[in-house]
Design a protein around this ligand. Structure first.
Ligand SMILES: Cc1ncc(COP(=O)(O)O)c(C=O)c1O
Length: 396
């Protein structure tokens, strides 16, 4: 995949391997779209009939249409924009779960799922079962099935773990939830824009996504897909520019779930990011990232005292490769990589203590590397050389 020329040049030569946190650099078209929106169409969408307001509404519609194409959503109005994945997850969880419900989730969930659920346990007596996964982040469907009770109304799972890179069998999980009369909420923070996502085909009820990671949009963008037959209680109430004489939040979508002035420039950038993904092709991006991950895992496997977390080489995984090294603090490794080699990775808990428990790294955290559309083989080789050097110097 020839992406080198398509990424924005920077003043620094950073080897950016932190795409799981947020993608960088963005394709130039994203920067241009944000700038254009700010310069020419930053009126309030849905709140006026003058041409600039209409143009801003069109920008939002275009972004929704592009997202619907990429994520396999029939009707773009079933996608509501949010500021990030966390807001989308909160909207879904607080809008759907009721007092006395039972929820099933997995042991690889992010804090943006874990904390809302723990808050609901305390405030509303909601019960939650976290289904165990193996050390590689893989789960057994029969164990998920066993977790269901007569009161289970929701299954929540990530598509890919943000620590382990493992991929859950979400189509089968959706079927399982539906067999038990429950709904499924998917966290696609680490899969959207990286691997194919087929919300309609897999019969997903809700899906929370970031605009700023694999979809290559600016920070401050994200969204929630809500299946057409599912009415979530709105999480936020307020002005929508529609049915303004009514005290009730409008029932029409997306207004029902989008009160307040939206992030039009950010969403314009998101539309350009999604367009870039569509143009490259999600299969091509997935293949590119897969090839890099194999190179990275093969290289890391040769380093003494280094343990790679997550699925073994050849097993399905996304572009996240986390590791720990004997007698080396992950934070120190990340610091050396940054300061001495110009390599950006992330160390610590990655907001997923549940997954660290599974990996046996709760006490130490781990170094997480994550590739993206602009990562090259040279970037991977530079990282491998740096980690080899750190390992050698640690043992002298
Ligand atoms: C699996 C997962 N869920 C949720 C989030 C939260 O995403 P955001 O920062 O867009 O709120 C992240 C962020 O890294 C994530 O990896």
């Amino acid at each position: 995949m020839n992406v080198q020329k398509s990424v924005t040049g920077t003043s620094e030569d950073i080897v950016y391997l932190d795409h799981a946190a947020t993608s960088w650099p963005k394709p130039p078209a994203v920067l241009e779209a944000v700038h254009y929106a700010l310069a020419h169409e930053s009126a309030n969408p849905g709140r006026g009939s003058h041409r600039m307001a209409v143009q801003a509404s069109r920008t939002l519609l275009k972004a929704r249409q592009q997202l619907a194409r990429l994520l396999d959503v029939r009707n773009p109005v079933d996608i509501a924009f949010t500021a990030n994945t966390t807001v989308a997850l909160n909207m879904a969880i607080f809008g759907y779960v009721r007092a006395g419900d039972h929820v099933v989730a997995t042991m690889t969930e992010h804090n943006s799922v874990w904390r809302p659920l723990e808050a609901l346990k305390r405030s509303m007596g909601v019960e939650v079962t976290y289904v165990p996964v193996n050390a590689k982040g893989q789960l057994e469907l029969h164990e998920v099935e066993q977790a269901f009770t007569a009161r289970t109304r929701l299954l929540i799972c990530n598509h890919s773990s943000n620590l382990l890179g493992s991929i859950l069998p979400v189509a089968e999980l959706a079927q399982l939830a539906h067999r038990h009369g429950a709904r499924i909420l998917l966290d696609i923070a680490q899969s959207a824009g990286h691997i194919p996502v087929k919300l309609q085909e897999w019969e997903i009820d809700m899906a929370a996504f970031p605009g700023h990671k694999g979809l290559l949009g600016p920070q401050g963008t994200g969204g929630l897909y809500i299946a057409p037959d599912l009415d979530l209680t709105p999480w936020l109430y307020g002005g929508t520019g529609s049915q303004s004489e009514e005290a009730n939040q409008p029932s029409v979508r997306p207004d029902r779930y989008e009160p307040g002035t939206p992030n039009t420039p950010g969403i314009a950038g998101l539309a350009a990011g999604v367009q870039y993904v569509l143009q490259q092709g999600i299969e091509a991006i997935a293949a590119h990232e897969q090839q890099l991950v194999i190179r990275l895992i093969n290289g890391l496997s040769d380093i003494n005292g280094l343990r790679i977390l997550g699925p073994a080489a050849g097993e399905p995984r996304t572009g996240i490769v986390s590791f720990v090294m004997e007698q080396q603090d992950p934070a120190q490794i990340a610091f050396i990589l940054d300061r001495q080699y110009g390599i950006a990775v992330r160390a610590g808990m990655h907001c997923t203590p549940l997954a660290h428990r599974i990996a046996g790294t709760l006490a130490t955290g781990a170094v997480r590397t994550s590739v993206g559309y602009g990562t090259t083989e040279q970037h991977i080789d530079h990282l491998l050389e740096a980690v080899q050097f750190i390992q050698r110097t640690a043992n002298v």
